[in-house]
Design a protein around this ligand. Structure first.
Ligand code: TEU
Length: 583
């Protein structure tokens, strides 16, 4: 184990700053609020904090639309506050990973303001500007340069009358895509990244990094053109856009022709000459395991690991995430198993079931009914954390927090959800059905204020929270769990401690057992003779037996229920998991 791969035995905790802790009573979380909770994070045992964006931003997408990469938004505090947070984490032997959002900037960024000011501005080519399509009146439907749709509804192009051209935004119009074909853009990003590392941060989570390189075709005039997408989806296209209206962009913008060139150039310019101790994780939606091997093979010098999306796309139908389809435990087991196999020899997995873009994992993959919620939260965590890879804990999941049960459109804040509602209702869909899908899978589920105690607003703020507090905050909160050895929090503590104490967890091989069992999730990890066995009943059924024959003298290392059996093949209660070790 060299210091360069310290992150293989680390656990990362994701803080969504807007919803974590509010120190000044304005109803929005902030950096000083996080500083006040460092003892809590240390007690949980996590090693790294991944901080979602706190940079200056108009907040069109809650900070994923950055207007100044080298300053902190006053809503969250100051650069001095951030320095204090870094110092506080380092003093506790913990690290800080920042969120790097460089596929796009905010439209309020100085770079874009200059770029849009005139067609001959030196920064014009820092973004994607194109003429209206031939034969269409500028600014009218169909005049967009390609048939691409935005992930947040509507076309991916917005007309700018100042210069009579369109600019590209794969997300909101307030998030214009940077043109990574332009070396000036790349060098400016690398300089900013080095500025942050010199300031003492310990790495980056790289937002939609797989979108930086777009497919280009060169027209008769030699200009690089962006092609239309096919108006039917390829069978495993995980794109989020309805291709009856817009072209399928997945093959055109995901893992494009120069993406690995860009990642290796970034690595050389920012990370290669730095001492060990940094962590880089790329967010790579719609990316197959073959590509993930290329991103995470250490010999290639790109990133340490990636967030892949196969398991969080399992319940998305052919028309995208709001077309919710049934998903079984077997689907999840097969998906995670594929990724364990695919990155077993080369590369590294991030392990996650939730984040600020996903519904709460206990509601989606577990069972959040009162009789099963805690057990299923514990056992989902047991299965995830003991896979080969680096686990990520999303704020609140360590409490077994379920979905926020936002049932009214006025309770939602997320641009993705609000745009989806407007688009679907305008297209004649039943508002109640649209709202039901948003309530089940909307990103606001994860953005509910963190419940600290049973006081007003779950102790998150003394003001009016920017979004409704969790309806269960009075009973599901930190204060109710930190001192309870049977709590979900305590189970996460033990899982994290197990990873720190047993090298087999971080470095062992992975062998799936009972691959076709629809209720039992079981596997073995092995390292130099040491073996770890996990058996989990991920179903509501009682008395489920893991019919395995792993010989050896097994000792119970961790059970999700008090008084767990020492025998792996003894029946499992609903959602019960057990971990065994043999020397
Ligand atoms: O998410 C990219 C991404 O894949 C999401 O748009 C995801 O597909 C969708 O939200 C599923 O519901 C990153 C950030 O994590 C997200 O918060 C930003 O909104 C997005 O990029 C644009 O920066």
């Amino acid at each position: 184990v060299t210091a360069r791969d310290w992150w293989k035995s680390a656990v990362v905790y994701q803080v969504y700053p807007r919803s974590f802790a509010d120190s000044d009573g304005d109803g929005v979380g902030d950096i000083r609020g996080i500083i006040g909770k460092l003892d809590y994070l240390e007690r949980l045992g996590v090693d790294v904090v991944w901080l979602s964006p706190v940079y200056r931003s108009p907040m069109a997408d809650n900070g994923y639309d950055i207007s100044d990469y080298q300053d902190v938004d006053p809503l969250f505090g100051t650069l001095d506050d951030l320095d204090e947070l870094v110092a506080g984490l380092h003093a506790r032997g913990m690290k800080l990973v920042m969120d790097l959002v460089v596929n796009h900037t905010s439209s309020a960024h100085a770079w874009f303001q200059e770029s849009r000011s005139s067609t001959d501005n030196p920064k014009r080519d820092w973004y994607w500007w194109r003429d209206p399509r031939e034969g269409f009146e500028p600014g009218t439907p169909g005049a967009e340069p390609t048939n691409w749709g935005s992930a947040f509804s509507g076309p991916a192009w917005t007309y700018d009358a100042t210069t009579g051209q369109y600019y590209l935004h794969l997300f909101a119009p307030e998030q214009p895509d940077l043109n990574w074909e332009n070396p000036e853009v790349r060098q400016a990003v690398y300089a900013m990244m080095n500025w942050w590392l010199d300031r003492g941060v310990d790495g980056f989570r790289m937002d939609v990094i797989c979108l930086l390189s777009k497919v280009l075709v060169h027209g008769p005039d030699g200009r690089a053109q962006l092609p239309d997408g096919r108006l039917e989806r390829d069978p495993n296209g995980a794109g989020v856009v309805d291709t009856t209206k817009y072209g399928d962009t997945t093959p055109l913008v995901v893992n494009g022709p120069r993406i690995h060139e860009f990642m290796q150039e970034m690595h050389r310019a920012v990370f290669a000459d730095r001492p060990p101790g940094l962590l880089t994780v790329g967010e790579t939606p719609a990316t197959p395991v073959e590509q993930a091997r290329l991103y995470t093979d250490p010999a290639r010098g790109e990133v340490d690991m990636v967030f892949q999306f196969e398991h969080v796309d399992l319940d998305s139908g052919p028309r995208g995430k709001w077309d919710i389809v049934p998903m079984t435990m077997l689907d999840l087991k097969r998906s995670l198993g594929r990724w364990q196999e695919g990155l077993a020899e080369v590369g590294w997995n991030s392990l996650y079931l939730g984040n600020h873009d996903q519904p709460r994992c206990v509601s989606r993959f577990g069972n959040d009914a009162p009789e099963h919620r805690e057990q299923s939260a514990k056992s989902l965590a047991t299965v995830l954390h003991l896979h080969r890879g680096t686990p990520y804990v999303y704020e609140g999941d360590e409490l077994g927090l379920p979905n926020a049960r936002y049932t009214r459109i006025d309770q939602l804040r997320d641009v993705e959800s609000l745009n989806r509602y407007s688009e679907a209702v305008a297209a004649g869909q039943d508002p109640a059905a649209v709202m039901a899908a948003l309530s089940a899978k909307g990103r606001d589920n994860a953005r509910v204020p963190m419940p600290w105690n049973d006081e007003a607003n779950g102790g998150f703020t003394t003001g009016t929270p920017w979004i409704d507090p969790h309806p269960d905050a009075a009973t599901i909160n930190v204060a109710a769990q930190v001192d309870d050895p049977d709590s979900v929090f305590a189970h996460f503590q033990r899982l994290i401690a197990l990873r720190h104490d047993q090298p087999v967890v971080a470095h062992g091989t992975f062998r799936m057992l009972l691959p076709d069992d629809e209720r039992v999730y079981a596997f073995v990890r092995e390292l130099d003779g040491a073996r770890l066995l996990v058996v989990a009943n991920l179903s509501d059924d009682d008395g489920v037996v893991a019919d395995i024959d792993e010989a050896g003298t097994w000792t119970l290392a961790l059970g999700s229920v008090a008084g767990s059996s020492q025998t792996a093949t003894d029946p499992l209660a609903p959602w019960e998991s057990r971990v065994y070790l043999t020397e």
